[in-house]
Design a protein around this ligand. Structure first.
Ligand code: PLP
Length: 969
């Protein structure tokens, strides 16, 4: 290794603490060295004894890692993919690439739960919803889902819970719906007892027990049809109709809601997001008013602030899994925020006329391609199409080979066949298609059939027609946002104006317990923009994607080694989907053994809401296990339940260290107990940042676990996504991990499909590859140790003023600590929410509040923060502690004080009239020691209830006012 010669090791940049800081902090806690300290925190019997690994990298500089990854990425063959099937090449405008995708203000921000300091991305997401509403004609849309397949599955699940006749169990899927979408539906349908039936649109099957139906426009063969009659027939039988519609086709076609459908879903990928070998991309979900309280995922809605400013925040949160738990119909948590934001800026960049131009050009090119192919003697099917055509021909196999030689991937028909046994080829055009490309394609095809001369007579016409299909006839996207930012200067300023309203890692520590907001380094993120990673179609032939294969197999090896399990699937697009996939694996295993009664899933009370929601989706019945006063699983309660339900127990789902931030001592005993009755242990790996390199779940009894690469492994949070939630499994369960029909030949065991693409959000896997490569095993171990050290340093610094709720062995916490404020309300009338807002005045993003215990805050500093930043945070908390005492002792008013009025805005401060009974300085510059950091909240305290009573989740065109000026609606 070059490191011998003193190369600049990445890990020293990743860590916030230098050797001297480490010494100071250890001293404060009473230790001389870090190993001694860690020995006191992590139970002896689970610590890794052997500190070396043949498998994990040794760590290196960013130069070395980038060079190696570049070499690997070069093994991918970048050619034009006209395969379509939900993935299309396009151009991300550079102004968006540089100022959004590659701007840490956008990508390092958190899910916008602290709305006052998230108005920028909330507005961008609100714009996304506005665009979806304008496209589909529906009044309500959410702020993104994970991908097209899962969005369709969410629509099915929503239809199922909204159905009138509770005995109906059949869901109809039109034959032209993508097969990969159908597979995802199948996986979701089975545990719910839904049976899927395929049909062709020309004939609605006669079923009394049908509750819903899914159509796709254009379908997998490119065909568009008018679904009006079909829908009216379906409605007569109270069937809830969902259409999966390509947003670019929707630019031309009359809004799908006007055809009568109840729900519209689809992928916004072709709005400026690279194919990225399958993801990440934002899916959309829109529906009529009637279903607004059943919509899955996050919705941004308008409301008012305390001072009457129009502002935005996440609406109707009581629908979500973190409130509804096992009663939730969806487990979605992390979605695709950043990608939704990129798509929204793409639509703003082009505006309605630009989008129309792109969509029309596609149709014109496709018409010319078809007529030329017909002139060459090919059979062009009848019907209306948008961008795609399927052609069956005896020359198919030669055409595919010639296409490859000329740099094109065509769709191999029938789907699932190989070039050798193919009988046809399909072509899907996209934003990058042009006349030259069509001529290129026609030329090599004409060569094959020896009709070059015929080609000379072919003329290209600017012919546009979509036959009998109803097109968009009235003006749309008339809001000012779609016309005000057509110049790059204006768009650049708009992007930055929004970004500056948001608190991100650029501004300071974001100590969000359980969410691990660590450094997302520039070197890790840089490869995401490399063309030979971003432009790959997920269904490209394997010999073109050898670079990805290598990245994915490296990452699988490394992660298997880190968690001590056999294999890993990267298909799940978020932790919640990893949970679903892992539990399905358990389910499938038991089914294969004929143990059909193992349907109980034990889940501790303290679990994240996604756990019970996922368990129900996977067909389990949730049994809640109590926790003791220390925050550990109540072993007695657990053993009673294990005894009682015995061979009905499928799984225990636990988080380790617990969501209370404690390393339970009995973890092995707990796992053994579950195994003793034949059940499996599922680990929610959200807290893996306390374990990497120090202990391995597989070694202490875990059978299957998910990881959140967007927590532990440096993928940024993106303001609420993308995420990657790979699921790792033991040898026994590995055969049941997710699979893919187009990309796996060997479907012997698993029929579990949890995403549309085999490797889910493949294009962001290089981020985690870079992290592990650069950190190496010793770096990872040091990162974990520092994360634990920092959390204990904070707990130690604050324990004199606040109660630390849970502690483990020897009175230490793990990588996060919980402060107890449950008596705050009775003493002062304040809640932890007030404290969260007050931290904004101190220029901090709040920690996680009221989870897993109401009226507590959970602080997770991670390993990336410096000692100075940790001290600044402790100082802020201690000063807030003093403010609480002043209120408690009646030195300040209970209902009008620095905390209850927080955050204080610049506008309030400079107003002629200062309205509060304390000084401006105390309100807005509260630190005793001067600091250079000052973050201003762009609005005063937001009123949530008002917005939920008056739901507005898109910019109403009739007012023609921009939200930017706070006038919308
Ligand atoms: C974040 C988190 C999840 C959910 O992960 P997503 O990626 O948001 O779906 C589940 N459990 C715990 C403990 C978490 O912190």
């Amino acid at each position: 290794m070059t490191s011998k010669f003193g190369s600049d090791l990445f890990i020293d940049r990743h860590l916030g603490l230098g050797d001297n800081d480490e010494r100071i902090m250890l001293n404060k806690l009473g230790f001389n060295n870090i190993d001694q300290f860690i020995n006191q925190v992590i139970p002896e019997d689970i610590q890794i004894k052997d500190k070396s690994s043949e498998i994990l990298p040794q760590g290196c500089s960013e130069i070395e890692a980038l060079n190696e990854l570049e070499e690997i990425a070069n093994k991918n063959t970048k050619i034009r993919s006209l395969i379509g099937l939900g993935y299309y090449d396009n151009h991300m405008p550079k102004v968006i690439q540089r100022h959004v995708l590659e701007n840490p203000r956008w990508y390092t921000s958190y899910t916008p739960y602290q709305a006052e300091i998230a108005q920028g991305r909330l507005e961008a997401l609100f714009n996304f919803q506005t665009i979806v509403c304008e496209l589909t004609g529906f009044p309500v849309a959410n702020a993104s889902l994970l991908d097209e397949g899962t969005a369709a599955a969410e629509a099915m699940a929503m239809s199922f819970s909204a159905r009138k006749n509770k005995s109906s169990k059949v869901y109809l899927v039109e034959s032209n719906v993508f097969d990969h979408t159908f597979n995802v539906l199948q996986t979701r349908a089975k545990p719910l007892g839904i049976s899927l039936k395929r049909f062709t649109q020309s004939k609605l099957p006669n079923h009394d027990d049908v509750f819903g139906m899914l159509l796709q426009l254009p379908g997998k063969n490119g065909e568009l049809y008018d679904p009006t009659f079909l829908i009216s027939q379906a409605h007569r039988s109270e069937i809830i109709v969902t259409a999966c519609i390509d947003p670019l086709a929707q630019v031309l076609i009359k809004p799908i809601s006007e055809f009568g459908v109840d729900v519209a879903v689809g992928s916004m990928q072709r709005f400026g997001v690279p194919m990225g070998f399958g993801g990440p991309h934002a899916a959309y979900f829109a529906c009529s008013e009637k279903y607004k309280r059943l919509i899955p995922g996050r919705i941004v809605g308008q409301t008012l602030s305390k001072n009457g400013e129009k502002s935005l925040r996440l609406a109707l949160q009581t629908r979500e899994q973190h409130i509804r738990r096992e009663k939730a119909t969806s487990n979605i948590c992390t979605a695709q925020s950043l990608l939704a934001i990129i798509s929204s800026f793409y639509a703003i960049y082009h505006g309605p006329s630009g989008l129309t131009k792109i969509a029309k050009r596609l149709v014109e090119l496709r018409i010319n391609l078809e007529s030329s192919l017909a002139a060459l003697g090919f059979d062009i099917p009848d019907g209306i199409r948008f961008d795609s055509v399927d052609v069956y021909s005896e020359h198919s196999h030669r055409i595919h080979n010639e296409a490859l030689k000329n740099g094109y991937n065509l769709r191999i028909l029938p789907l699932g066949s190989t070039i050798e046994n193919s009988t046809g080829f399909g072509i899907s055009l996209d934003e990058l298609s042009n006349e030259k490309e069509i001529k290129d394609i026609l030329t090599f095809i004409a060569n094959i059939i020896e009709k070059e001369e015929d080609l000379e007579h072919i003329k290209f016409d600017k012919d546009f027609h979509l036959e009998s299909l109803a097109l968009r006839s009235s003006a749309w996207m008339q809001q000012d946002i779609f016309t005000n930012y057509q110049s790059e200067t204006e768009l650049m300023r708009y992007i930055f104006r929004l970004a500056e309203k948001d608190f991100s890692l650029v501004d300071g520590m974001m100590p969000l317990g359980s969410c691990t907001m660590k450094l997302n380094s520039a070197a890790e993120l840089n490869p995401v923009s490399w063309a030979n990673l971003s432009s790959m179609h997920p269904f490209s032939p394997p010999d073109q994607t050898k670079g990805y294969s290598k990245i994915i197999s490296d990452l699988e090896k490394w992660i298997s080694e880190i968690v001590g399990l056999k294999s890993v699937s990267f298909q799940p697009n978020a932790g919640s989907q990893g949970e679903f996939a892992g539990l399905l694996a358990i389910n499938s295993y038991f089914e294969s053994k004929g143990e059909l009664l193992r349907k109980k899933c034990l889940i501790p009370k303290s679990a994240h809401g996604t756990n019970p929601a996922s368990a129900v989706m996977a067909g389990f019945e949730v049994l809640t296990v109590e926790c003791d006063d220390e925050g550990n699983i109540d072993y007695q309660d657990l053993s009673l339940k294990v005894k009682k339900f015995d061979n009905q127990i499928g799984a225990l789902m636990l988080t380790y260290p617990s969501t209370h931030g404690v390393f339970e001592l009995q973890i092995r005993k707990i796992c053994d107990l579950i195994h003793s009755v034949g059940g499996f242990v599922y680990l929610d790996g959200a807290n893996l940042n306390a374990q990497v390199g120090l202990c391995k779940p597989g070694n202490y009894g875990v059978d299957v676990c998910h990881l959140n690469l967007h927590k532990t492994f440096c993928i940024p949070h993106g303001g609420g996504g993308p995420g990657v939630g790979p699921v790792a499994a033991s040898e026994t369960l590995s055969p049941y991990l997710p699979t893919h029909f187009l990309m796996d030949n060997n479907l012997s065991n698993s029929f579990n499909f949890v995403s549309s693409a085999k490797h889910g959000s493949a294009s962001i896997l290089p981020i985690s590859w870079m992290y592990i490569k650069m950190a190496g095993l010793s770096g990872l171990r040091k990162a974990t140790s520092h994360a634990i050290l920092s959390a204990n340093y904070i707990a130690h610094s604050l324990k004199h003023k606040f109660k630390i709720l849970y502690k483990g062995k020897n009175n230490f916490v793990a990588h996060e600590c919980i402060l107890d404020f449950r008596d705050l309300k009775s003493k002062t009338g304040l809640s932890v929410n007030d404290l969260a807002k007050r931290l904004i005045d101190y220029s901090f993003h709040a920690p996680t509040i009221s989870w897993p215990v109401p009226e507590t805050i959970m602080i997770e500093p991670t390993e990336s923060e410096s000692l100075a930043e940790l001290d600044r945070f402790c100082e802020a908390m201690l000063l807030i502690g003093e403010e609480i005492s002043e209120i408690e002792n009646n030195h300040e008013l209970k209902n009008n004080n620095v905390i209850s009025n927080a955050p204080h805005t610049l506008k309030e401060l400079i107003a002629d009239n200062w309205q509060y009974p304390y000084s401006k300085e105390k309100a807005s510059f509260p630190y005793k020691t001067p600091t250079n950091t000052k973050f201003w909240s762009s609005v005063s305290r937001i009123n949530n209830a008002y917005g939920d009573r008056n739901l507005i989740c898109s910019c109403n065109v009739n007012q023609n006012e921009t939200l930017e000026e706070k006038k919308c609606a």
